[in-house]
Write a protein that binds this ligand. Structure first.
Ligand code: CP
Length: 527
């Protein structure tokens, strides 16, 4: 298609790369691995960026060995400039914002940032912020941000190397995978990336093995099912082995019990025993079973015991070795060194803006509905009708208070709750504001965001002269009154980063935060 599709691309979540893009990346990784194995160092040159001015910056606000060092080693392969922010001695400790910190480093000709943080959605925010910075400062290309793990959200580069490793083991067949996910599925970001990542396989069976305290959050289970994965849930390896259909790929994750408070720490040994492999389990494993682990493995409480290192179950060492190769190729793509021969279909926009404001024709044959101000008919003003139709009186009342606050509909008028004309069993709210001028376009958009399903009636000379029906908008943004309720989200007000919240509708009453992807009901997005 002419341009390089990968140059300058950020990778905040695994879905930022399409299936085709990931398969292309795996193809290149396979080529690279074969060249390394064959010792063809001359041919490796076509993978190498070889530009000492090309700047990659590692910013790790949480500890790491594999991710950080494999990127460093990958950068050394490329012969590019790799820097590492000394976070402990940086001005982040003087409460400098992420935006200012990364803008500063971008200004020093760094094009790619590898970022690990306990805050979720950091790379998505930095990508947006970095584009604006580049535009303001006439930089030829905006910086790219690669998520090296953000809280308990995602770890997309680990997902890439995991998928590559599974495919390698499958002799590159993508027809099916049967994978047991074992351990801390609640915190495990490498597991969370699999919810979308495993779509690389046509038929997916996932067995989730974790005690209740470490179980995969429901919304991820629902997403897996929506992706047509077959999902089964077990609370321990022991209970899993009591049935016959056992996975040939086991993926262990480290229990992060230290994050879970004293009550859980008291039962730490019991929880660990439910997700740790034992010698007596051997005989239940299907032939060819392989174990994987993103590592690190706890030296005192390993869930994969050390004695398994020298058995054919050991797939985690090859998995770790693949990490550097995947990251060499990823950097090569981000730099535009690789990817010129990738072909793709034109895609539909990810979040197409669907219309949500509908002007309704006024039916002159229908009896004229009279809105009243107390006992007097309203002669001029606005009436917002059908608010929260079908909800309880309490819910309607609470939401009308919210609407009045957000829309600043203070002053003359009132509000009441009544039965719907179309369905007398359903209640609805009405806000009337006599003498109020018609709403501006931006106010109507805002009202659609807070009162979808309602109708605005504009009244003049005691007649309804305009009727506007409001539907749920596809995006809710640019409003002070919304915020993500995940306190680990980079946009959460408690972090003081001044990031405006933004939500995308994924179903009629469900929105996700564009940064951390936390799922909210419509009501939950309002402060
Ligand atoms: N797998 C992984 O992310 O390991 P590190 O924490 O050592 O980077």
């Amino acid at each position: 298609m002419g341009e390089n599709r990968f140059r300058g691309r950020s990778l905040a979540v695994i879905n930022d790369f399409s299936l085709e893009e990931r398969l292309y990346l795996f193809e290149k990784t396979k080529e690279l691995k074969n060249l390394f194995k064959a010792g063809k160092s001359e041919e490796l040159r076509r993978f190498r960026i070889d530009d000492s001015e090309f700047g990659v910056y590692e910013v790790f606000l949480e500890s790491s060995t594999r991710t950080k060092e494999s990127f460093k080693n990958a950068a050394e392969f490329h012969r590019i400039k790799i820097s590492n922010l000394d976070v402990g001695a940086s001005s982040i400790n003087k409460k400098e914002s992420y935006a200012d910190t990364f803008n500063t480093l971008t200004g020093y000709n760094n094009l790619v940032f590898i970022v690990r943080s306990k805050l979720e959605g950091v790379c998505r925010w930095l990508e947006i912020n970095g584009k604006a910075f580049a535009k303001r400062n006439n930089l030829p290309v905006p910086p790219a941000f690669i998520n090296a793990g953000d809280g308990k959200h995602e770890h997309p580069t680990q997902e890439l190397l995991d998928e590559y490793t599974f495919l390698e083991k499958n002799n590159w067949k993508r027809d099916s995978i049967h994978l047991a996910l074992i351990g801390d599925l609640f915190h495990g970001r490498t597991v969370h990336s699999k919810v979308q990542g495993l779509k690389i396989f046509n038929n997916v069976q996932v067995d989730l093995i974790a005690p209740r305290e470490l179980a995969l959050p429901f919304h991820y289970v629902d997403e897996m099912k929506a992706n047509s994965y077959k999902v089964r849930i077990f609370d321990s390896i022991e209970s899993y082995l009591q049935q016959k259909h056992i996975a040939d790929k086991w993926y262990f994750t480290r229990p992060q019990l230290e994050r879970m408070g004293d009550e859980v720490l008291k039962i730490a040994d019991i929880l660990r025993s439910k997700i740790s492999f034992r010698q007596e389990f051997f005989r239940y494993l299907p032939p060819g079973t392989t174990f994987y682990h993103p590592l690190p493995r706890h030296k005192e409480h390993p869930t994969i015991p050390i004695f398994l290192d020298s058995t054919p179950l050991n797939g985690w060492e090859e998995q770790s070795i693949n990490g550097k190769l995947i990251r060499i190729v990823l950097l090569g793509l981000t730099a535009g060194k690789l990817g010129d021969d990738f072909h793709w279909e034109i895609e539909l926009e990810k979040h197409p803006d669907e219309p949500f404001i509908e002007e309704v024709a006024i039916d002159n044959n229908r009896p004229v509905k009279k809105y009243t101000e107390g006992v007097n008919p309203i002669s001029h003003g606005i009436v917002i009708d059908h608010i929260c139709r079908g909800e309880t009186r309490k819910e309607i009342r609470a939401h009308m208070v919210r609407i009045i606050r957000v829309m600043e509909l203070f002053g003359k008028g009132g509000e009441w709750i009544t039965a719907s004309r179309e369905n007398p069993d359903a209640m609805k709210g009405i806000i009337f504001r006599p003498d109020r001028e018609a709403l501006t376009e931006s106010e109507i958009n805002k009202l659609a965001a807070i009162a979808p399903g309602s109708t605005i009636n504009i009244i003049d000379n005691s007649k309804i002269i305009k009727k506007i029906r409001l539907h749920m908008p596809p995006r809710v943004y640019n409003l002070d009154s919304v915020s993500c309720n995940n306190d680990n989200c980079i946009s959460h007000p408690s972090h003081g980063e001044n990031i405006p919240a933004e939500f995308f509708k994924i179903s009629e009453n469900t929105f996700v935060c564009q940064y951390c992807e936390k799922v909210h009901t419509f009501k939950e997005i309002w402060k």
